[in-house]
Design a protein around this ligand. Structure first.
Ligand code: PLP
Length: 473
């Protein structure tokens, strides 16, 4: 494609994206297509001759958009949000337009140095001390895997330089709550700890990790000759946004020299507001920390912020430094290929930069406050309704609820069917999308507020819809 063709089609597509965002509310939030439908609408074979892009653009509307679940829709209350602010869309476009690959400082100095600057801006905005240094990863799953690899290497005095875990005399153990995200389990398994050495610690009535049980598990492992290597504390668990008791966990980790990783994938964005920082009191004692600006903040997927205290350790674990990657500036600069798993790196920093320039910390914090206020409003409605039940505290923006009609009160199986039916009908209705989930054996409807376009009126309309569907189901 020539620059002139790009300019012409590009302007059309920018208009198309802007139009899409303007009409998004009129679209059904959850895609209604059936499995295979999109595939069937596309040619089976690739084009042999080029020049067909412009003619195919209408298929964005006819074929692709119907198969999109609209994460930026104001009625999106499912999972956690994944906001892609339009300023970040522009940042993404510039990153692609530049085509920069930032594996080393030399391969695009601006890619490295912009990332250093925006990660430091973000650190300040979250109220973290300068003991932390940040790097951008694609996802929290990758960052957590890195943390567990670093923990493994610290606990084993760099076993990877010898025979790896296969030669270690002592089993290394990882601890996380039974509400921790599946990426913790995946990271522990991929880092070679083995399922037998992953302790899922029970949680209390607020779904936060029980410190007494964590302490006991650590002591039992020590007594049995195993080595506690890592604790993952979650600030804002996925099911209910529960807050693990980080300050006490940090003390326990320090006492035994255990790596402390904090998973604040969702809640991290809330720390833009100083009044929320009680939630991660103790975070300064962590060895590593991940949050996902691609969830609530608006950078768009994928952009995870990974902060560590000991950069040298991270580099020692992640670096292999073959000769063809060495450059004259090594030692003077950061080569981010040595700060994570992949060699090649997109210039994700542009999205965070554009977002911060466009919204400012105050703008982002105001949206967090608005969403938390809306969640508190919904919580109050649930608490005031005698036939609804709330199943978890609401420290952030997620409300876990279920309809509890008198006739079904003691029948868990019937309650499950009833609440699943409510959620399914609402999701099929097209105006809202929420997540039915199981919480400790009980069927819940999980309402996660945080799409940038969601206003109070959308949350009110959702509550009305829940009440109407509960009556007619
Ligand atoms: N940790 C928590 C608490 C999450 O809620 C999620 C995703 O929702 C993750 C980790 C994984 O995030 P990612 O998709 O960036 O790997």
């Amino acid at each position: 494609m020539t620059p002139d063709e790009f300019r012409r089609l590009g302007h059309r597509l920018i208009d198309w994206i802007a139009d899409y965002r303007e009409r998004i509310e009129a679209l059904p939030v959850m895609s209604r297509v059936q499995p295979g439908e999109i595939r069937a609408a596309l040619p089976k074979e690739p084009p042999h001759t080029g020049g067909g892009l412009e003619a195919a653009l209408p298929s964005l509307d006819y074929t692709i958009v119907p198969g999109i679940t609209h994460w930026n829709h104001p009625g999106f209350f499912a999972y956690f949000p994944s906001n892609f602010d339009l300023s970040a869309v522009l940042g993404d476009l510039v990153a692609s337009g530049l085509g920069a690959q930032g594996m080393s400082w030399q391969t695009s100095p601006a890619a490295t140095e912009l990332e250093e600057v925006v990660m430091d801006w973000l650190r300040q905005a979250l109220g973290l001390s300068s003991a932390f240094t940040g790097v951008i990863h694609d996802t929290a799953s990758t960052a957590t895997l890195c943390a567990l690899l670093c923990a493994r290497e610290r606990a084993s005095s760099h076993s990877q330089q010898r025979g790896g875990l296969q030669d270690e005399p002592q089993a290394l153990v990882v601890y996380a709550s039974d509400q921790a995200h599946s990426s913790i389990e995946k990271g522990a398994l991929l880092a070679g700890y083995g399922r037998a050495n992953l302790r899922r610690i029970e949680t209390d009535e607020n779904h936060a990790l029980r410190l007494d049980l964590l302490r006991r598990a650590v002591e039992e492992d020590l007594a049995a000759g195993r080595k506690p290597a890592a604790i993952v504390a979650t600030i804002g668990t996925t099911p209910t946004t529960a807050i693990d008791p980080l300050a006490q966990i940090a003390k326990l980790a320090a006492r035994h020299g255990i790596w402390l990783h904090v998973d604040a994938a969702m809640a991290g964005t809330a720390m833009l507001c100083s009044e929320n920082r009680w939630m991660w009191e103790g975070v300064e004692q962590a060895d590593s920390l991940v949050l996902n600006p691609h969830k609530w903040m608006g950078t768009g997927f994928d952009l995870s912020a990974y902060y560590v205290r000991d950069v040298e350790h991270l580099i020692r674990v992640m670096s292999t430094n073959p000769s063809y990657l060495l450059t004259a500036q090594d030692g003077l600069v950061s080569n981010f290929r040595d700060w994570g798993l992949p060699l090649g790196r997109r210039m994700r920093s542009l999205r965070l930069w554009f977002l911060l320039l466009d919204q400012g910390i105050d703008g982002l914090a105001a949206r967090v406050r608005r969403d938390m206020e809306e969640a508190r409003w919904l919580k109050d409605q649930v608490d005031a309704a005698s036939d609804w039940e709330r199943l978890a505290p609401v420290p952030l923006q997620t409300v876990c609820l279920r309809h509890l009609p008198a006739a079904l009160r003691n029948d868990e199986a019937a309650l499950k069917q009833h609440n699943l039916a409510i959620a399914t009908r609402i999701n099929e209705g097209g105006h809202f999308y929420l997540t039915p989930a199981m919480l400790k054996g009980r069927q819940i409807i999980r309402v996660s507020i945080g799409s940038a376009l969601t206003e109070q009126r959308h949350v009110e309309a959702l509550w009305q819809e829940l009440v109407v569907q509960a009556r007619s189901t």
